[in-house]
Design a protein around this ligand. Structure first.
Ligand code: NI
Length: 178
């Protein structure tokens, strides 16, 4: 059974550090960490979680998109581990979208980001992959990539774009998705 890990919140210095590369991807310790992170993310109704958020300064994150109370319109996908990622090309088109963060409870914000991107990363089996993401998954990828660089989504908002959970839920119910 995977473990539910403690989520570090804003103010913990590890969230502001650039994380280091994962060396032995297929090692049992890393494989168990991946399983624990997927479990922790799903328990918290997250759509992604990065290693610094559970106290490990490693270039590793999970994307685990599925609809939940925090993101009712999220697409369904198998949870995926992204290791030692690189963003190779950003698409030229940008869009605004709502983001929250398991390390910043109670707050959501509108963040403008490139709509698509080409990335490479190592998967949990140790194989290098290259792919293009678009829309919501591209947004989650960029949010989690920020975490391993020591950046959080608040750094990319203006104060005027930040709302509380209550207001975010109200906005969602009034507008549907955006
Ligand atoms: Ni986050």
């Amino acid at each position: 059974m995977p473990n539910k890990l403690e989520i570090y919140e804003l103010g913990q210095p590890i969230l502001r550090k650039k994380a280091r590369e994962v060396e032995k991807v297929t090692h049992r310790v890393i494989q168990e960490l991946i399983d624990d992170m997927i479990h922790t993310c799903q328990c918290a109704n997250g759509v992604g979680i990065s290693a610094p958020q559970i106290g490990q300064s490693l270039r590793l994150f999970i994307i685990a998109s599925r609809p939940n109370t925090r993101y009712p319109n999220a697409p369904v996908m198998e949870p995926m581990a992204i290791i030692n990622p690189e963003i190779m090309v950003f698409g030229s088109e940008k869009e605004d979208g709502w983001e929250g963060c398991l390390s910043i409870p109670g707050i959501y914000g509108q963040v403008r980001r490139p709509k698509s991107l080409r990335v490479s990363f190592t998967n949990r089996h140790g194989k290098r992959e290259e792919t293009i993401y678009d829309g919501f998954i591209a947004r989650v990828f960029q949010h989690e990539y920020d975490h391993i660089q020591g950046t959080v989504f608040l750094d990319r908002t203006t104060g005027a774009d930040i709302v509380t959970t209550k207001e975010y839920q109200r906005i969602l119910s009034e507008t549907g998705s955006k």
